[in-house]
Design a protein around this ligand. Structure first.
Ligand SMILES: Cc1cc2nc3c(=O)[nH]c(=O)nc-3n(C[C@H](O)[C@H](O)[C@H](O)COP(=O)(O)OP(=O)(O)OC[C@H]3O[C@@H](n4cnc5c(N)ncnc54)[C@H](O)[C@@H]3O)c2cc1C
Length: 402
């Protein structure tokens, strides 16, 4: 019988887990321990509306202190979990205090990967609301913003900076933005979108050296070009926050390894969200994803499993990104495929691309095609083998394939 739950981390996964525990009638103790000084909040607007100054901090809130008070959830902010003691089902705080519970949930998310040698007053990373506040002050008409990394966050920052009147140069090591997720063909479509929107996108370029002088930043690229700007935003990926589990004996592999029930290798210890590498029955592999919808679904699944409901987490995965006036959406998970079938017009940034592997639909990526991506998500979940001609034909209704 579970009478107490401690959650390490107080981000989105933790917030959804706490809500689920209470909504499912759990009456025991719930304690969320978060390193940040802010109650759980949404991060997606940090590179979009919030960065643009269109939303306030209050708009971001996911779990208010008031809700926690009303629902008897203890929120301990500004507190770091130094160690997770798996065998004891306990956490050790930075001040040495040890707190035990019947179940632990590790929901510590991640932090931006640092770029060695790129350090200084003009360098920005983006993960927290404090990071966004700092970066917001740099985005102004006439400023030159250099973005290193054309992943989702780098691309969104580029888009917001451009809309804010800044000049934007993006330096990307790969030949195309987002190629590691979308592949070369769709990555090229994203490159075209960036360039058509006014970004000076330099692909196949690395950062060889970084320097600052007189309040300016200068990047020396691998090909020998010097790019001078006012600020450098580094968006080169995320590192999962697994350090508190070092030495715990809990299995780690670029994240905390969990099964489809969010269970780690230590009984009573669960992990979910950005930090967790979860076994996914649909894709028959362990994957770690860093997306809003997953953080919510996985946090919910962890809470249900803590309460003893055996619910496998089988979401086919879905995420969105808003950039350059377009809504990008992706459903499923594909790192290998043998065919991409396109419906719509790539050159007009109005299409959906279906990733097929041996005929099975594994993923779909679209620009301004949210409805079709939603249908594709259901098809991925059903391991559908759709007729490519039907996928391609704009006159067909994709829901007929369901
Ligand atoms: C700028 C930005 C834009 C994004 N945009 C999108 C988007 O458009 N679409 C989308 O699908 N997803 C987006 N995401 C991803 C999404 O926000 C994340 O997937 C989600 O926040 C993950 O939630 P989480 O709770 O697992 O981790 P986090 O949100 O990282 O929360 C973890 C919390 O744990 C705390 N913590 C870490 N270590 C400790 C410790 N030892 N002790 C105590 N506390 C600790 C951290 O400080 C943090 O507050 C975006 C993310 C960022 C940063």
């Amino acid at each position: 019988m579970i009478r107490s739950v401690i959650v390490a981390g107080a981000g989105q996964t933790a917030a959804v887990a706490a809500r689920t525990l209470r909504r499912r009638g759990f009456e025991g103790d719930v304690l969320l321990i978060g390193e940040e000084h802010v109650a759980p909040y949404q991060r997606p607007p940090l590179s979009k509306e919030y960065l643009a100054g269109e939303e306030s901090g209050g708009d971001l809130c996911l779990l208010s202190e008031e809700w926690c008070g009303d629902n008897d959830v203890e929120l301990r902010l500004g507190t770091r979990v130094a160690a997770v003691r798996g065998a004891e089902r306990a956490v050790e705080l930075a001040d040495g205090a040890v707190l035990g519970a019947d179940a632990l949930l590790v929901a510590t998310g991640g932090r931006p990967r640092r770029l060695p040698g790129v350090e200084g007053e003009r360098v920005r990373y983006l993960r927290t609301v404090a990071d966004a506040d700092r970066l917001r002050a740099d985005i102004r008409p006439g400023a030159h913003v250099i973005v290193v990394g054309a992943g989702f966050i780098g691309s969104e920052v580029a888009s917001t900076a451009l809309a804010g009147g800044a000049r934007v140069t993006v330096v990307e090591r790969a030949d195309h933005p987002l190629a590691h997720v979308l592949g070369a063909r769709m990555g090229a479509a994203c490159a075209a979108l960036q360039r058509a929107s006014g970004v000076d996108l330099r692909t196949g370029e690395t950062v060889r050296e970084y320097a600052e002088s007189g309040g300016h930043a200068a990047v020396l690229t691998g090909s020998g070009r010097v790019i001078e700007g006012d600020v450098v935003v580094v968006g080169v990926g995320m590192v999962p926050n697994v350090e508190p589990l070092a030495g715990s004996g809990i299995e780690l592999d670029d994240g905390v390894v969990v099964d489809e029930y969010c269970r780690t290798s230590a009984p009573g210890v669960y992990a979910a969200g950005d930090v967790a590498r979860h076994y996914h029955p649909l894709f028959d592999q362990r994957i770690r994803v860093e997306h809003f919808d997953h953080a919510s679904g996985h946090g919910m699944a962890a809470a249900k499993n803590i309460l003893g409901q055996r619910v496998p987490y089988t979401s086919p995965h879905w995420f969105w990104s808003d950039q350059f006036g377009r809504n990008l959406q992706y459903a499923g998970h594909a790192r290998e495929w043998d065919e991409i079938v396109v419906r719509g017009r790539v050159e007009e940034f109005d299409f959906v691309a279906f990733y097929l592997d041996k005929g099975v639909l594994r993923a779909a990526f679209g620009m301004d095609r949210g409805g079709e991506v939603a249908v594709a998500r259901s098809l991925v979940a059903a391991r559908a083998v759709p007729d490519p001609a039907v996928l391609r034909d704009e006159d067909t209704d994709l829901t007929e394939l369901l």
